[in-house]
Design a protein around this ligand. Structure first.
Ligand code: COA
Length: 231
């Protein structure tokens, strides 16, 4: 079913466009990002990746050494500082995540934020899909992960994800779920390959002018506000 986009949705999308494009350029190279951008504006496809937390760790058995990183939860006084790592993360977005009950873990090297990640066992709004993902009971959803561009490709996301999954398992969660853009090689490398995750379906947002539509495949189903996993 097609939905009308509200003016707020369009403004939020516009405001975040440049930092997001710059980040895609870092990952893909500027030329490839430029080629992808027009298609991505119309059709954004994400893989839904799950990992059973009861099974032993796979490819992530030997974690890299990432130096002296201190991990802490996000304290309110530091919320504004997440933008030092990612200028595309606006304060309203941080506020909404906190209000939704998402948990943020921050990796510090000295006084620099080198990484942050958000996880949630509650329904979480995903602005890039303009949809709510609703985790099932026993599921923990990895909403977002970000490594400061100057600290990438050192294994920090790998270590942060392994820590988060271990922590989730200890808290009694049975499964982790994440969604990752189909072009996002490092996101897939960590979320799927290194964590022995399985792609169980896809979610695609089509945008045609003022019209918009969410499509799902595999073990993913549409809900009133977005999508969830089947069963
Ligand atoms: C995705 C992201 C968090 C990864 O952070 P990171 O700390 O650099 O990740 P790691 O170093 O732990 O691992 C990245 C893996 O991807 C690989 N990789 C990174 N960039 C790559 C690229 N452009 N092409 C191919 N592989 C790439 C790395 O080589 C590494 O794999 P390896 O250890 O087998 O060599 C980071 O790129 C980022 O913040 N991106 C922007 C936000 C984002 O896309 N978040 C993911 C949402 S699911």
């Amino acid at each position: 079913m097609w939905q009308e986009q509200g003016p707020e949705d369009r403004l939020t999308a516009m405001g975040n466009l440049w930092p997001r494009f710059r980040d895609a350029g870092r990952t893909l190279g500027v030329l490839r990002a430029l080629t992808l951008a027009p298609r991505w504006a119309v059709r954004r496809e994400y893989l839904v990746v799950v990992r059973d937390l009861a099974s032993p760790r796979g490819g992530d058995a030997r974690l890299p050494s990432v130096g002296d990183i201190r991990w802490s939860r996000l304290f309110p006084k530091d919320a504004g500082r997440l933008r030092e790592a990612n200028p595309g993360l606006c304060p309203d977005e941080v506020r909404r995540r906190v209000e939704e009950g998402q948990e943020c873990i921050v990796g510090w090297q000295g006084s620099t934020i080198v990484h942050y990640r958000w996880d949630s066992s509650r329904p979480a709004y995903l602005p890039y899909l303009r949809a709510v993902f609703s985790p099932a009971a026993g599921d923990i959803f990895a909403v977002d992960a970000f490594t400061h561009p100057a600290y990438r490709r050192r294994g920090i996301d790998w270590v942060a994800t392994a820590r988060a999954l271990e922590n989730a398992r200890a808290r009694g969660f049975a499964r982790s779920v994440t969604v990752v853009a189909r072009w996002n090689v490092p996101g897939i490398r960590v979320g799927r390959d290194k964590m022995s995750g399985r792609v169980v379906g896809r979610v695609t947002r089509w945008e045609l002018g003022p019209l918009s539509r969410l499509r799902v495949t595999g073990d993913v189903q549409l809900t009133a506000r977005g999508f969830s996993l089947v069963g």
